[in-house]
Design a protein around this ligand. Structure first.
Ligand code: AMP
Ligand code: MG
Length: 318
């Protein structure tokens, strides 16, 4: 069944078939996941991988995350280690990405991994992408379905806003529950968090029963692709703000400014997970309303607040 836009589709058997057919031959499709919407292509095919970089305007030095149905399907492409096994068991499928060594017989196209000898793998939880991954005998290279450096999309209309009709298949799977990108943990040596997310350092440490490192500045370039400017809503973003200037959009947590014009609460009852899930959505609403600048009040640096601070800091590098 088609939605009111000719390239947005509700999920059913027919669209599942059409999507897998397209993916097999190297075409791309925008798919819902629990984190954000992704632009998916067959990770084993050069054509598909190149399509993704071209559509996003993504530098070739920024490697893609490769998505699998399960451990079994991933084992040929990566070198398994004990940390991966433990974290997989605890959190997968779910919003966590592992950097592992690429196996010698890996079929993932080198361009997808920016020619590195490591590979980023994830096992998404959203049932639509899982049913597609289950049907295919290749994994999906899938960055967020937005133009490079923009805010990630959290519903099908956001994807349309980014690409108009350039993507022929956008599957609508409702609003992405988590609303920000996965936690990235590098397991090629001492476990190190490269990008904070909903699955926190603390949760990972508890599972591995060891201390885990965090890159001091998440903004730093570790892998070639970890660019500073990212998640930009297309206007200046000022962080740690205390005084609303009266005309900018003011983003905060709580209900202090309830009902007032120009004020946008990420979570009325101070829930940081809810705040994370509303972040990109709120940025897009603010942009659609025509604001020219965003002020954000201080967000607590605990739990999911760490991931929120990472994203808003990078959004502020306008
Ligand atoms: P995105 O697709 O926008 O969610 O970004 C994926 C992130 O994963 C980027 O920051 C990449 O730099 C990172 N990434 C992907 N593959 C690797 C890798 N092999 N080593 C380190 N980081 C990676
Ligand atoms: Mg992205």
């Amino acid at each position: 069944m088609k939605n009111s836009h000719s390239n947005i589709f509700a999920f059913n058997k027919k669209i599942l078939k059409k999507t897998t057919k397209n993916l097999i031959i190297g075409n791309v499709a925008a798919l819902p996941t629990e984190t954000v919407y992704g632009l998916a292509g067959n990770a084993y095919l050069k054509k598909a991988v190149r399509n993704i970089f071209r559509l996003k305007g993504r530098p070739q030095s920024n490697p893609l995350i490769i998505h699998y149905y399960n451990f079994q399907k991933a084992r040929e492409d990566v070198v398994i280690n004990k940390f991966f096994k433990k974290l997989y068991k605890k959190f997968c499928p779910g919003p966590i990405t592992f950097i592992l060594k690429k196996s010698r017989k890996s079929k993932v196209h080198p361009i997808a991994c920016a020619n590195l000898n490591s590979i980023a793998v994830r096992f998404p939880k959203h049932k639509i992408i899982r049913s597609i991954l289950k049907k295919t005998n290749f994994p999906l290279a899938m960055p967020s379905a937005n133009k490079s450096t923009n805010v990630s999309p959290v519903n099908s209309i956001d994807v349309l806003e980014e690409f108009n009709n350039k993507i022929k298949i956008i599957i609508d799977g409702g609003k992405s529950k988590i609303g920000i990108e996965s936690t990235i943990v590098d397991l090629t040596s001492t476990p190190t968090i490269l990008r904070p997310g909903i699955i926190s350092k603390n949760m990972i440490e508890k599972t591995l029963k060891i201390k885990v490192k965090s890159k001091k500045k998440f903004n730093e370039i570790k892998s070639p692709g970890m660019m500073k400017k990212h998640y930009s809503p297309g206007m200046p973003v000022l962080i740690n703000q205390t005084k609303p200037d009266g005309k900018s959009a003011f983003v905060y947590i709580g209900n202090r400014y309830k009902g007032k014009k120009n004020f946008f609460s990420l979570s009325k009852n101070f829930n940081l997970e809810v705040a994370a899930s509303n972040l990109y959505r709120t940025f897009r609403i603010i942009k659609r309303k025509g604001y020219k600048k965003i002020q954000i009040s201080k967000i607590p640096l605990v739990g999911c607040g760490i991931a929120i601070n990472d994203r808003i800091k990078r959004a502020s590098k306008f």
